[in-house]
Design a protein around this ligand. Structure first.
Ligand code: TXA
Ligand code: MG
Length: 309
């Protein structure tokens, strides 16, 4: 819809220094970025997204050294950082005193969410800027996260002065959020790094349902405009079926014809958006297995369908 050509990492860093917002490509989804130390800039993110203020944001940094200037890492946090950074993992740790992330970005919590993204364009922006950049997904609140440049520009391009084009997101689903607080490691949001991959590094995870859950994870998050039904084998009249596996509906609307979870994750939000543009009676989704990446895909699908998570 909107024609816009991409800005450079240096232009993005300059915008961040001025307290302006940017579009930040990452391997998971596009982010709407601001200087984590500038509370006014962070407030502008909440305003542009129409997001409730109590939802804390992820601080993106260039490397593990910069991460430890923001949060306090114990042995488990270090092991996870070494195993999965740069990459689609966010660690919630105690906030470091004197660190640069403002209270508003943390929603007043004494913990902080930190990620070192793997995407080369994101790392170029973070290196050029030299400090933490908060970036929630660049969608307006409650809508699917943008996974390519045009969708990001359409969602929140109006609010930014620099937009970096990093191409389509290879992962297409948000990062896994793991908290490492008080010696407990727990999964707050399933994502691109699977539970099994995390447990292979730190052993069995503590159960999440203990008050340490990610705040502000609204049930209706990630929802397209059309009503969504999940675990559907036979779509109803007027519904688009997002299939999974061979023979499940029209291949043009398939999450993955071959039944590949990684491909399905990368296609999910884009197909939600494309289906919405045809104004269907509804969007039906084939059953998706729950192992591996399927945990994160099913989490997003249950939210899109309006089930409380
Ligand atoms: O892949 C991603 O993570 C993308 C890209 C842009 O990096 N970002 C993203 O940000 O999804 P956002 O703001 O949409 O989601 C941040 C998640 C939320 O579930 C939030 O509640 C959780 O991280 N979170 C942030 N700070 C936290 C904290 N101190 N304690 C617990 N959860 C926290
Ligand atoms: Mg989001």
């Amino acid at each position: 819809m909107t024609q816009r050509s991409g800005d450079t990492a240096d232009q993005a860093a300059t915008a961040l220094r001025r307290g302006e917002l940017i579009l930040l490509p990452t391997e998971t989804v596009y982010g709407l970025g601001a200087d984590a130390g500038n509370a006014e800039a962070v407030a502008a993110i909440f305003q542009a997204k129409g997001r409730p203020r109590f939802n804390p944001l992820i601080s993106h940094v260039a490397d593990a050294v910069a991460a430890e200037a923001v949060g306090v890492f114990d042995v488990s946090a270090r092991a996870l950082a070494e195993a999965f950074w740069p990459g689609p993992l966010t660690l919630v740790t105690p906030v470091r005193d004197g660190g640069r992330v403002c209270d508003l970005a943390r929603a007043g919590l004494d913990s902080v969410a930190i990620r070192v993204p793997g995407h080369a364009a994101a790392r170029a922006v973070l290196s050029a800027f030299g400090g933490p950049v908060v970036a929630p997904s660049a969608n307006r609140s409650g809508r699917p996260s943008p996974t390519n440049f045009a969708d990001a520009v359409e969602e929140t391009g109006f609010a930014v002065t620099a937009a970096v084009d990093g191409g389509p997101c290879a992962v297409g689903l948000e990062s896994t959020v793991v908290s490492v607080l008080g010696g407990r490691v727990s999964l707050l949001r399933p994502g691109a790094v699977t539970r099994a991959e995390i447990e292979a590094v730190v052993g069995p995870l503590a159960d999440g349902g203990d008050g340490h859950r990610s705040p502000g994870r609204l049930a209706a998050h990630y929802a397209p405009d059309a009503p969504v039904r999940i675990d559907v084998v036979e779509p109803r009249d007027g519904e688009i079926l997002l299939g999974f596996g061979p023979g499940a509906g029209d291949p043009r609307w398939s999450l993955s014809v071959s039944g590949d979870l990684r491909e399905a994750a990368a296609n999910l939000f884009r197909l939600f958006r494309e289906a919405d543009r045809t104004h269907p009676a509804g969007i039906a989704v084939s059953p998706i297995p729950s192992q591996g990446l399927g945990e994160a895909i099913n989490d997003r699908l249950r939210r899109a369908a309006g089930f409380v998570g």
